[in-house]
Write a protein that binds this ligand. Structure first.
Ligand code: IMP
Length: 198
């Protein structure tokens, strides 16, 4: 059971309001505490692997934003940020299958250590596309960090170098992940069930 305080300024708390109806009854898969602990471990591992070298962290918008913000503070190296955006799931839980670049890197990555930061590795179509695109620029190293991994859904042969949690075929929301652009700001990762009211 997950509950958030009603964000409506005028809400007295004793009236029925859409915000509380929307958030109640969501099942939490990973709490904010579990996420924080795992992200700290991932940051420590990435720090060790970099051996004092600089890093460019490339976040895949929009879902990876909270993860990148937290992971970057757990990585103790000289790091810069860049962001890309690709076409995503649209408004439902199904992918169209096609990946399109909507926003490219701001800076060249040739000769740099690059860490692609993604919220969830699902079919692998997005990260396979991005990996191919980025390798064309000849970075010094290219690694992938994903908070969640759904290996059973893979269509492309790709693995992340750093995985927060491996999960079965579930649709999740929160901590950056959305359903039709909503729920990204939930602090915990929750399950989206097909019968959940939109
Ligand atoms: P892939 O290209 O199929 O690997 O999909 C990657 C993208 O799909 C992720 O960055 C998410 O934006 C989206 N996605 C996949 N599974 C989920 C989910 O369970 N919840 C929310 N978004 C998801």
């Amino acid at each position: 059971m997950h509950s958030l305080a009603c964000p409506a300024a005028a809400c007295s708390g004793d009236t029925v309001c859409m915000a509380t109806i929307t958030y109640k009854d969501l099942e939490v898969l990973f709490t904010r505490q579990q996420i924080a602990e795992r992200v700290a471990e991932m940051g420590a591992q990435i720090t060790r692997d970099l051996n004092g070298e600089k890093l460019v962290m490339v976040g895949v918008l929009k879902g990876a934003a909270p993860f990148l913000a937290d992971l970057s503070r757990a990585v103790q190296v000289d790091a810069t940020f860049d962001f890309v955006a690709t076409s995503s799931y649209g408004k439902g839980q199904r992918s169209s299958g096609a990946v399109k670049l909507i926003k490219d890197l701001d800076e060249p990555i040739e000769g740099k250590n690059v860490l692609v930061v993604e919220d969830i590795l699902d079919t692998g179509l997005t990260l396979s596309y991005l990996r191919k695109l980025f390798l064309q620029q000849r970075p010094k190293s290219l690694r992938i960090a994903t908070l969640l991994d759904k290996p059973s859904r893979r269509l492309e042969k790709i693995e992340a170098d750093y995985v927060g949690f491996s999960i079965p075929n579930l649709f999740v929301i929160g901590y950056g992940m959305d359903y039709a652009e909503r729920y990204r700001n939930l602090p915990d990762i929750c399950l989206m069930t097909p019968d959940h009211p939109e």
